[in-house]
Write a protein that binds this ligand. Structure first.
Ligand code: 5MM
Length: 335
């Protein structure tokens, strides 16, 4: 087993999943301001540190994706955040893209930037304790989109990113997110997501990526939020597995889904159904941002000093999702 493969497996095995806490300062500020908490570096750290020191971390959260600000912040005991995460037997990771910008010659689509100077930034993050990374490409579905140009250019960037990350002995999370926004059907989502993921792996193979040391972070197959054609969870599971069976090479050890704007319990239920249906060799788990943090953030915003209470809310969601990653979740357990 290669070193990269064993890092990947440590993060996603035994029902463990990933806490995506890599909101850029702009996004985190939106989240905090929505619950009337001022977005200061201290408040951003305080909420995140509360989650990272929760008791569910060691059993449920195999890895945490951090943002540049957080990985460099010092705690009161002078330790840095990666040391805290490692001390609870989880793996620190880091978002290394610098965001999605307008794609030249296709103004309604995005290309993710951040390749310039990436090799040096990776070395710095490795020294700070990171052992895996994340890069997100975003695609929207309309009649004309995603265009071949957006599919190709984002796949190319994801492959160049992955090569640099593996060169630095870290595991790349490859996140091609086909957005839920729009009025497309689940069938459209299936067709477009399959095309996007296939193209990503063609490019990864061209760039000689060790696929056993990669984690894929895709969206589930859902109908667009404005379509009014929401499909049942069983159908989500069936289509999501069909998509991944047809687009992901068998060497890839695991798939960690993004929640993409699904409600917390919905994201858990869908993951559980996916694992019930899963006959592939891929580990299927979660890499949730909003679907792991929303309730905890809401509680914390009203009880800023109640660390224990906030952790209780977070622990519940982490445990529910870990049960779902083992297909052992049921609705009754939510109460
Ligand atoms: C946690 O949010 C991440 C960062 O977003 P920005 O760079 O836009 O601030 C985001 O990449 C996240 O990791 C994924 O989209 C998955 O998060 P959700 O909330 O969809 O599970």
């Amino acid at each position: 087993m290669s070193e990269l493969n064993s890092i990947a497996l440590k993060i996603i095995s035994n029902g463990k999943g990933i806490l995506a806490a890599d909101e850029s300062t702009a996004t985190m500020s939106k989240r905090l301001e929505a619950v009337n908490v001022p977005s200061t570096p201290e408040n951003r750290l305080s909420f995140r540190q509360t989650l990272f020191s929760s008791s569910s971390m060691s059993d449920c959260i195999g890895g945490v994706i951090l943002y540049d600000e957080t990985i460099k912040q010092r705690l009161l005991n002078k330790k840095n955040v990666p040391e805290l995460i490692t001390s609870v037997n989880s793996v620190p990771g880091i978002k290394v893209d610098t965001g999605a910008k307008i794609l030249a010659n296709s103004p309604n689509e995005k290309i993710t930037e951040g390749l310039d100077g990436l090799r040096d930034r990776l070395k710095e993050y490795y020294k700070l304790g990171a052992r895996f990374t994340k890069w997100r490409g975003v695609y929207n579905i309309t009649k004309e989109h995603p265009s071949k140009l957006a599919i190709h250019s984002n796949a190319h960037a994801l492959a160049r990113y992955s090569a640099l990350v593996q060169e630095c002995n870290m595991v790349p999370i490859v996140e091609p997110e086909v957005l839920m926004d729009g009025n497309h059907s689940a069938q459209d989502c299936l067709i477009k997501t399959t095309e996007v993921i296939k193209r990503c792996f063609e490019e990864l193979i061209l760039h000689k990526i060790d696929l056993t040391g990669v984690i894929l972070k895709p969206n589930m197959i859902l109908a667009g939020t404005d379509s009014g054609k929401k499909i049942p969870g069983k159908e989500v599971a069936k289509l999501t597995i069909e998509c991944l069976k047809n687009s992901v090479p068998s060497e890839v050890p695991g798939i960690a889904f993004l929640s993409g704007g699904q409600a917390e319990v919905e994201a858990t239920e869908n993951l559980n159904l996916i694992n019930k249906e899963n006959k592939t060799n891929f580990i299927m788990t979660y890499s949730y941002g909003r679907a792991l943090q929303q309730s905890a953030l809401k509680y914390w915003s009203k009880n800023l000093n109640d660390i224990e209470g906030t952790q209780k809310v977070f622990n519940h969601r982490a445990k529910m999702n870990t049960l779902a990653a083992k297909s052992e979740w049921s609705k009754e357990l939510e109460n």
